[in-house]
Design a protein around this ligand. Sequence first.
Ligand code: NAG
Ligand code: NAG
Ligand code: NAG
Ligand code: NAG
Ligand code: NAG
Ligand code: NAG
Ligand code: NAG
Ligand code: NAG
Ligand code: NAG
Ligand code: NAG
Ligand code: NAG
Length: 803
Amino acid sequence: MFSTKIGLTLAFLSLYGLSHSKSLITSDTYFYGWSEPVYPSPNGTGSGDWAAAYNKATALVSQMTLEEKNNLTYGVTVTSNGCAGNIAAITRLNFPGLCLQGSGNGVHETDFVNSYPSGLHIGASWNKSLAHDSGWHMAGEFRKKGVQVALGPVVAPIGRTTTSGRIWEGSASDPYLSGAVAASTVQGMQGQGVISSVKHFVGYEQELYRNPTTNPDNETVESISSNIDDKTMHELYLWPFQDALKAGAGNIMCSYNRVNNSYACQNSKTLNGLLKTELGFNGFVVTDWGGQHSGVGAALAGLDMAMATGKSYWGNDFTKAIKNGSVPISRLDDMATRIIATWYRMGQDESSYPAPGVGITHNISMPHDIVNALTADAKPVLFDGAVEGHVLVKNLDNALPLQSPRLISVFGYDAVAPPQYIPNSKLFRDPWEIGLEPAVFQLAAAAEIASIIDEPYDYQVAFNGTLPVGGGSGASAGPYLSAPLDALQQRAYEDSSAVMWDTSSSPSMLGVMQASDACLVFINAFATEGVDRSGANDDYSDELVKKVASTCANTIVVIHNAGLRFVEQFVDNPNVTAIVFAHLPGQDSGRAIVSLLYGDSNFSGKLPYTVGKNESDYPAFFHDYAVKPYKLFPQSDFTEGMLIDYRHFDAYGITPRYEFGFGLSYTTFAFSDLKISPVKYGIAAYPSGAVEQGGAVDLWDSVATVTATVKNSGSKAGAEVAQLYVGIPGGPVKQLRGFDKVHIAAGKSTKVAFHLTRRDLSSWNVITQKWELQSGSYKIYVGSSSRDLPLITTMKIVTDSGS
Ligand SMILES: *[C@@H]1O[C@H](CO)[C@@H](O)[C@H](O)[C@H]1NC(C)=O
Ligand SMILES: *[C@@H]1O[C@H](CO)[C@@H](O)[C@H](O)[C@H]1NC(C)=O
Ligand SMILES: *[C@@H]1O[C@H](CO)[C@@H](O)[C@H](O)[C@H]1NC(C)=O
Ligand SMILES: *[C@@H]1O[C@H](CO)[C@@H](O)[C@H](O)[C@H]1NC(C)=O
Ligand SMILES: *[C@@H]1O[C@H](CO)[C@@H](O)[C@H](O)[C@H]1NC(C)=O
Ligand SMILES: *[C@@H]1O[C@H](CO)[C@@H](O)[C@H](O)[C@H]1NC(C)=O
Ligand SMILES: *[C@@H]1O[C@H](CO)[C@@H](O)[C@H](O)[C@H]1NC(C)=O
Ligand SMILES: *[C@@H]1O[C@H](CO)[C@@H](O)[C@H](O)[C@H]1NC(C)=O
Ligand SMILES: *[C@@H]1O[C@H](CO)[C@@H](O)[C@H](O)[C@H]1NC(C)=O
Ligand SMILES: *[C@@H]1O[C@H](CO)[C@@H](O)[C@H](O)[C@H]1NC(C)=O
Ligand SMILES: CC(=O)N[C@H]1CO[C@H](CO)[C@@H](O)[C@@H]1O
């Protein structure tokens, strides 16, 4: 039966001339998964609050010629701006064209814009308002620069592959947290009228083999295939996209990888099926840059726009495919309507919206052309955001906050500003574009090459200065960079205290001044697009910490980490009194850490991933490498299903070093008074509502409300992230299904409420192809982390199909 299905699929694929279909036919024996054909591509319906935009779009598209409609679907190269992608204008109809530009933490590769905390940093803040506000301010800058489509936020990779080079662009190794952050970010960004491109759809979990390569025999090696079962797809990988769609996202970027052996930008099951039918997507799908692998096949499978150019598959030739009937004209009409409707939906037709690319120059010799998008309004969010994403995991005998130290000593390459800093993002440009970049990015470029030709590499540290952001297309550089040592010196000036530093000696040459009240060691863990990390700790940095701790009894370690960083080499050392995961704070890095270290601000961040003790604690620590025996078709079987990160630690009884959701504060919190509202007896097991963007509307109906009291039981004001986990019958031990970050004054209490929706409490039923509430006992846990859950109870649900 399996092979019959494949045979049918293959017949279908070859009928439509999908690229690589020949390879599929000769190599089907090793399939872990195959991708079900879902055709035809559904028209955008304009459901819900998209109706008015669809009416306008239909009217405009009906006036377009074949060539005009076609021109909307592919990128063109322009010299008048430096946008990453451009859609040409249709001047006859007053459509000015579109500028597409990265990324999720600031406007990429341009001047006079801010560099916001990265996705992982926002994830560690567990603060939805912050996600919204930083999205809103950032998008204000995109808008001023004339960007219509901002390429972010990132929800894939989610962190299945622990060392993936792009984990830091997304917010959490958990679908619920990732989805909540993405939804708030989309609302913030689109509130400015900028189209948010939620990426990368779907199953994009490693950099190795993300794109086709050529092997030494000059054969094409296809992209990695993420082979994902249907239940895992819904409950883990699709989940955060669904939240972003519910929040109104106007654009989805399809990813480089294959899903079940079919390229994600021409996979009819994921695009036509999951995205456009099940989730009722009204906007348009754009390829990741260069991610198109067929013309007719991709169009029929649901792709709407090709970037950066349509040269290889669409372009003007696409009109021929329409004329000879390979692609129905209704598909092109739908592509054009989706694109134009999204443009109207965001109000980009208004004359106040800046012209495409007006402020994006790629010529640094033309400063007079540059639009200044900096405003004082963004400052509080840049600073709060930088503060809130720091996570304090060890604080022995209240080593922190520092108590009016007389002398502090500062160590580590990560404490200082880099030797070169060019605000127009040259510093953090794609690592393979070498030139003005400091050497670490050249090292990263070498790593990119090494990863393709299968040689060992070990470049996971940015040695040339503090790390405010990761590398690649998600990088951004602000107007300045507050480095930790600079901010510490400013503090010493204000406090009339002393600071000494040695940030360049190798560990063996380091000496500590005996009179130091505290020794701060700044290290980092670098990651960039294009390369997966070779591990989660490096010997040099570990040695640095150990050497300082060997002579300083109050050693405080700050790690700017673009993903998991192990701390096993020094965590138990009693002289290491405090450890901070500082993530990627953006341009206000230094002043934020100083505010925290000195207690002007309190730590309130929580880990958005699990810190284990060893590589073997994780189900997929390194990228998949399964080329042989498949040779030209690398495969990544997601056999762990739902069990990534804490779900895996729970399932296998592994004790983490620091669990998901963990983080200390300068005060303490106590939880009490758990209450659950009664659930209707005999509630329908399945949703029955209409499908609008985001899926069946009643998936978001509230089924139960859980409340609890959180008390600040310490002596300082602070903020706590109350977390709710649910054990769904038949599912993982527990899954995050609610969180609420609240400020509480010392000694005071506050009530937190979690509204559990039908979706929160359902499992994906692969037979009925619906979300299903389970009849049975649900476990409900509330507390301060995934392993500190003092409030536990059960909630019984009886559905109309159970008893
Ligand atoms: C991939 O294959 C698995 C196993 O056959 C199936 O459950 C899943 O629905 C497929 N997904 C896609 C997107 O084709
Ligand atoms: C899309 O709409 C057009 C025009 O109404 C129609 O001809 C076509 O059949 C529709 N396509 C689908 C898949 O429903
Ligand atoms: C379509 O785009 C091509 C390439 O940019 C351009 O030469 C042509 O004039 C455009 N056609 C129309 C009708 O706008
Ligand atoms: C969440 O972020 C917003 C916006 O930056 C900030 O005003 C608020 O204080 C933060 N909330 C908590 C509880 O930290
Ligand atoms: C590799 O293959 C391409 C096209 O298939 C060909 O143009 C090129 O000359 C080949 N290179 C070598 C080194 O054989
Ligand atoms: C129709 O045109 C497309 C694009 O030029 C081409 O790829 C395809 O082979 C053509 N099909 C037929 C049946 O002529
Ligand atoms: C950049 O602008 C300068 C000054 O107008 C000009 O001389 C130079 O040719 C431009 N460079 C590029 C790459 O366009
Ligand atoms: C960057 O750091 C490396 C390793 O320490 C060093 O070899 C290189 O000279 C540094 N580059 C710059 C520009 O400082
Ligand atoms: C801790 O620091 C003191 C110096 O203050 C040193 O004598 C001692 O050996 C250190 N302990 C460890 C475990 O390194
Ligand atoms: C994990 O365990 C192996 C085998 O004991 C060891 O070689 C490795 O260093 C450990 N990794 C870490 C991060 O401690
Ligand atoms: C954000 C917050 O709660 N900050 C408080 C941190 O604690 C100090 C006292 O140590 C308070 O003054 C801040 O208001």
